[in-house]
Design a protein around this ligand. Structure first.
Ligand SMILES: C[S@@+](CC[C@H](N)C(=O)[O-])C[C@H]1O[C@@H](n2cnc3c(N)ncnc32)[C@H](O)[C@@H]1O
Length: 821
């Protein structure tokens, strides 16, 4: 399929098979025409919504002369985009394949005879790591000519070498300026594409076998989506991740509390580096109406209404405020949505600035990512409620004050009902943020109650132009909104202003109305929350609050490893990995993780004998931080099935969490490094997992054997080979001298004589099982397929004809696997 030398006829056929979704003209009548002839693949969806058009025209999110182009773009399918995982072993190979193979083979001939680029790196993404094609995902699936490229994307995505992700969704993590040692909180993380990106960033420059100093704590309220996130991030094989399941607006504080340590199992917590869980970077990619994804999810056209954004504003403010309180001084927080609605964007940013006052600044990022086309944030907008346009809170009818709050308006100014209200009497302003009167920022614009209110259209005096708006037609993408905050000092004690539905009384108190299950974010930080004006301090969470929050949460299926495990186990002899904690639950015993019922526990693995046996069997070097870094998820230590490895950073957070009374409800943590095997003849019952091997390999001195390219290929192809059938006598001899049990087979690319194990970034290795008479591969089919393809590529470069003879066999094997998948 495909290939560099594709003929002209093929190219024309290819051109006819796809829509021309990269060419736009500026002629408006043409646009109208285009819109009427909505492209065929979208016929099943209505791609119009008059309320949408009326709303955004009125909000002025693009100038009137661009409206046609904007709508045309929204009504066309989104080009597919993907990111190369820079921490993957073969990311340079993937880059080379895209540049040297697909970029050329997918080129299309333009109408004027010129070549049109079909895939290209996104110019604003560093190091050519992100790519965009001119085909939509649907076209990739359906178009025969794109089949080879599509198969490539699918395979690399599953393995974790690339992540298919909408281009603009890659932007927020870039604005976080992540460093390898950062502690990062991803507050609304599922399904996890940005979490994956954040992990890539902290792992980017890590040497093989080294663990970066930072960590990512990825949180989501939705259990099912949390499971997706865990599945997604498993492809990363990282020891630096914790996944939690909380409402972000109530994300717990973890404060060192020595009293919790009493009576619990002994922990190595004498010297904790941290005594409070705060983060260097916080990502608030909040739930939103999502109309920036219309090109990818056209069903939103049908569902869209202005109320969607209004309904989310309060929650978005709460989540962002909680994020801000968990951010370290000097840290950066990114607030983002895939919505175009100013109520979910600028209005939220303005409210954060008003609440945080001079503790926080909105960062001007105009010189960052210079190639990214963006527009400044809006300073003026209106609120639409029940079809009515409102320019200030004074216009909100009493009966609607539960739904429309002052913070939604550019000034953020609320009003109290003055005597005589209802018959057109004057209204006076309420203090917005008493202790943060910062006229430069436009904060605390408290008007003299005697001054008559001017009901002119409001404009914010906050520097909202620093926000980043990405509109679809600037670079043929989805729409996104991003705001970057810098925390300058601890959050001040401020007059708290409610943002949830409610009503101001004439005494200035706020009567909360129904906003079920959503407390004000600052509730976590104040002693009493029932009226405006409570004291706000830095993050402290009352334990009782957490218990209360936890009560009605659904039990979490913490063992999300099972999706992948089920695949893996098909090829792994004697594995008892299925007997996970969910089976224990099946027998009627509900696991508990501290205070969290239905969640598998987190325990440091302190079985000295077992840990010592693992260490001795694989000859794990003293220099490798091992003891104290192992975690199990089963309270019955005698039945440990999986052992997870955690980085120093994650270890610290876990230890702090224990000392804080297990505030965090942890769904997944660390890297699965060992798994128990049933084979009793093995000296060590724990095998090294495929995901654990790359990290451990540079640190083990035993159970390693080097294989020639031919023997390595044979192993992958036949899965199990008797000692006598290996071609290389040295390998045969060395393999037969290994102890029974798990071993690592390393590809000796150059057939060198190696006395010492040598591991670098290009080392290819697989986990195997040394049985009585044979060696058996313990790798899932998908990885086998990828490895076979890489070896094929390597053989292509090699001039040894005896190796080349095997090429067709390998290709056939790889094809067989693709088809079976
Ligand atoms: C825009 S999506 C996040 C996308 C994600 N950051 C990514 O890049 O893959 C919003 C997420 O917020 C979650 N969510 C909704 N309400 C939440 C809350 N109160 N606390 C935490 N997460 C919430 C949803 O389950 C959803 O997964």
């Amino acid at each position: 399929m495909g290939g560099r030398g594709r003929s002209r006829t093929q190219r024309k056929h290819f051109a006819q098979n796809r829509e021309n979704n990269w060419k736009y003209t500026n002629n408006d009548s043409e646009h109208q025409q285009n819109r009427e002839n909505t492209n065929s693949t979208w016929k099943s969806f209505v791609t119009q919504n008059l309320a949408f058009e009326q709303y955004y025209k009125e909000q002025g999110i693009v100038p009137p002369e661009e409206w046609g182009t904007f709508m045309d773009c929204l009504q066309s399918e989104l080009p597919a985009a993907f990111r190369i995982n820079s921490s993957s072993q073969c990311y340079l190979e993937i880059q080379a394949k895209l540049e040297n193979d697909f970029m050329k083979s997918l080129q299309e001939e333009g109408t004027d005879g010129s070549e049109v680029v079909a895939i290209k790196p996104l110019p604003w993404y560093p190091e050519n790591l992100a790519w965009q094609s001119t085909f939509s995902r649907k076209q990739l699936r359906k178009n025969k000519i794109l089949e080879r490229f599509h198969e490539f994307l699918k395979l690399q995505n599953e393995i974790g070498n690339i992540t298919r992700q909408e281009a603009v969704s890659m932007v927020p993590p870039l604005f976080l300026n992540v460093r390898p040692d950062d502690f990062i909180l991803d507050m609304c993380a599922a399904p996890g594409s940005k979490t994956f990106q954040l992990l890539e960033m902290i792992h980017h420059s890590a040497e093989p076998g080294s663990v970066p100093g930072g960590m990512v704590l990825a949180n989501d309220v939705d259990v099912q989506r949390c499971n997706l996130l865990i599945h997604q991030t498993k492809r990363m094989s990282t020891a630096n991740l914790i996944v939690t399941n909380h409402e972000a607006q109530h994300f717990p504080s973890c404060h060192l509390n020595r009293s919790y340590a009493k009576g619990s199992e002994p922990r190595e917590t004498k010297e904790l580096d941290i005594d409070q869980l705060l983060f260097d970077r916080v990502l608030c990619d909040v739930p939103c109406s999502g109309d920036g994804t219309l090109r990818k999810a056209p069903d939103i056209w049908r569902r869209w209404n202005a109320g969607m954004g209004n309904g989310l504003h309060g929650l978005q403010v709460q989540i962002a405020m909680r994020g801000m309180s968990l951010l370290k001084v000097g840290g950066r927080m990114v607030y983002s949505t895939c919505s175009m609605n100013p109520i979910e964007n600028e209005a939220v940013v303005a409210e954060i600035l008003r609440r945080c006052g001079s503790s926080v600044e909105l960062v001007d990022v105009s010189i960052e990512l210079p190639q990214l086309a963006r527009r400044p944030g809006l300073k003026r907008w209106k609120v639409q409620d029940k079809g009515m346009w409102l320019t200030s809170f004074s216009e909100v009818h009493d009966s609607r004050r539960a739904a429309v709050v002052p913070g939604m308006f550019p000034s953020g100014i609320g009003y109290v009902d003055a005597p005589g209200h209802g018959d057109g009497a004057r209204r006076s302003h309420l203090p917005d943020n008493g202790s943060n009167d910062d006229s430069q920022n436009g904060i605390g614009m408290v008007q003299d109650p005697a001054t008559p209110t001017i009901l002119a259209e409001e404009a914010s005096t906050l520097p909202l132009e620093r926000c980043v708006r990405i509109v679809p037609h600037d670079q043929n993408s989805g729409a996104f909104f991003i705001a970057v905050f810098h925390k300058l000092s601890p959050l001040p004690v401020i007059q708290k202003k409610p943002c949830w539905p409610g009503k101001m009384t004439s005494t200035g108190n706020f009567q909360s109305q129904s906003f079920p299950k959503v407390k004000d974010i600052n509730a976590d930080e104040v002693e009493q929350v029932d009226s405006v004006g409570n004291q706000l301090s830095e993050a402290t969470m009352d334990d009782a609050d957490i218990l209360e929050n936890g009560k009605d949460e659904a039990p979490l299926d913490a063992d999300c490893t099972k999706i992948l495990d089920e695949k893996r186990l098909q090829f792994e002899p004697s594995s008892d990995g299925r007997a996970g904690p969910e089976l224990v639950r099946g027998r009627g015993k509900l696991q508990t993780q501290g205070r969290w019922r239905g969640v598998d526990p987190i325990l440091f693995y302190r079985d000295e004998a077992a840990v010592g046996q693992i260490k001795a069997f694989y000859g794990i070097k003293e220099s490798f931080p091992f003891k104290g870094h192992l975690i199990v998820r089963n309270s019955d230590i005698s039945h440990v099935k999986r052992v997870y490895y955690v980085s120093k950073s994650v270890k610290e957070v876990l230890e702090l969490n224990f000392l804080a009374g297990e505030q965090l409800k942890i769904a997944a943590v660390g890297l699965k490094m060992f798994e128990r095997q049933k084979d009793v003849s093995a000296q060590c019952v724990f095998r090294i997992t495929s995901e654990g091997l790359p990290l451990l390999l540079p640190h083990i001195t035993k159970q390693i054997v080097y294989a020639s390219p031919v023997d390595f290929k044979d192993l992958l192809q036949y899965k199990s080979i008797k000692f006598g059938d290996f071609g290389d006598s040295e390998f045969r001899e060395k393999a037969s001298k290994l102890q029974f049990g798990c071993c690592a087979v390393i590809l000796n690319k150059d057939n060198k004589t190696l006395s010492e194990p040598q591991v670098d970034a290009s080392t290819i290795s697989i986990g195997c099982w040394r049985g009585r008479n044979s060696v058996t591969v313990m790798v899932i089919e998908l990885d086998i397929q990828e490895l076979l393809e890489r070896i094929l590529m390597y053989l292509e470069e090699d001039s040894d004809s005896s190796l080349l003879e095997n090429k067709s066999l390998i290709t056939a094997e790889a094809d067989k696997i693709v088809k079976a998948d």
